[in-house]
Design a protein. Structure first.
Length: 258
């Protein structure tokens, strides 16, 4: 019998939390690794599965990281524990290393400064498609393609929400600001870019409940001439959606329901 060929370099399953440095992403791409963004709800499991390991006062994103990690059991997890993420991510890395002995937990600090631009944030794509494209782009080290830039009529500032359904309330002519724009630019530790917003357009300043960025979101919303501060936990309820809809309508934004 002819022995079956055995791959000397089996494909690794990799989880990423936050935005690992470009050098890490480039290497994983070159190795052909299967990369999962653990910040996103990759597996359909109750977020309460994370409760034995993280307190409920941690944001829904990091609780989602725990749920995904327990279900996927990646070979390696690269988690940004630097200023481009948060201290809570650093503590989550410690917990993951303890509860997942079969996974290698690699702590990274992303200090990249190479600008990739933000063509998606300012494009005319529907806001949900913008956000999906940006979150997907963290798994690649490749430059962004060209997009048709639109004139903004509204703004969404903040982190990608766990529940994308709130994004359907915004018109396609919504520009994205805040840490999500830093994501697309591949420079998560970029305070100048994160603080940037457009005072000329009504803007929703969003943060996940219990996220440290909620302080900055509220501060910028208070300073903005046409700003609304909003935070949501796991899912966006009818109250949060009603606030967005009313804010956009009262601000004169047309086609607020997409």
């Amino acid at each position: 019998m002819i022995p079956m060929a055995v791959s000397l370099n089996p494909i690794k399953t990799i989880g990423i939390v936050g935005i690992p440095p470009l050098a890490v992403i480039s290497r994983l791409e070159a190795e052909g690794a299967t990369v999962f963004d653990l910040d996103e709800p990759v597996v359909q499991k109750d977020i309460e599965c994370a409760s034995p390991f993280l307190p409920r006062v941690y944001c829904a994103i990091l609780r989602t990281v725990i749920v995904n990690s327990l279900a996927l059991l990646p070979d390696e997890i690269y988690i940004d524990v630097g200023p481009g993420k948060c201290d809570c991510a650093m503590h989550t890395a410690t917990i993951l290393a303890d509860i997942l002995p079969s996974s290698t937990i690699v702590r990274t600090v992303n200090c990249d400064r190479q600008d990739f631009g933000t063509p998606i944030c300012t494009s005319s794509l529907p806001l949900i498609e913008k956000m999906a494209a940006i979150t997907a782009s963290v798994r690649s080290a490749q430059p962004h393609g060209k997009q048709h830039r639109c004139v903004p009529t509204a703004g969404f500032w903040g982190v990608p929400p766990r529940d994308f359904s709130i994004l359907s309330l915004f018109p396609d002519t919504t520009h994205i600001y805040g840490w999500t724009r830093c994501m697309e630019n591949k420079t998560p530790d970029n305070a100048v870019l994160e603080n940037h917003c457009n005072p000329e357009v009504p803007t929703v300043f969003f943060a996940q409940s219990f996220c440290a960025k909620s302080a900055l979101a509220r501060h910028l919303a208070n300073r903005h001439p046409r700003g609304l501060y909003l935070d949501c936990d796991v899912t966006a309820g009818s109250s949060a959606k009603a606030k967005i809809q009313a804010f956009l309508e009262l601000s004169g934004v047309s086609n607020a329901l997409g």
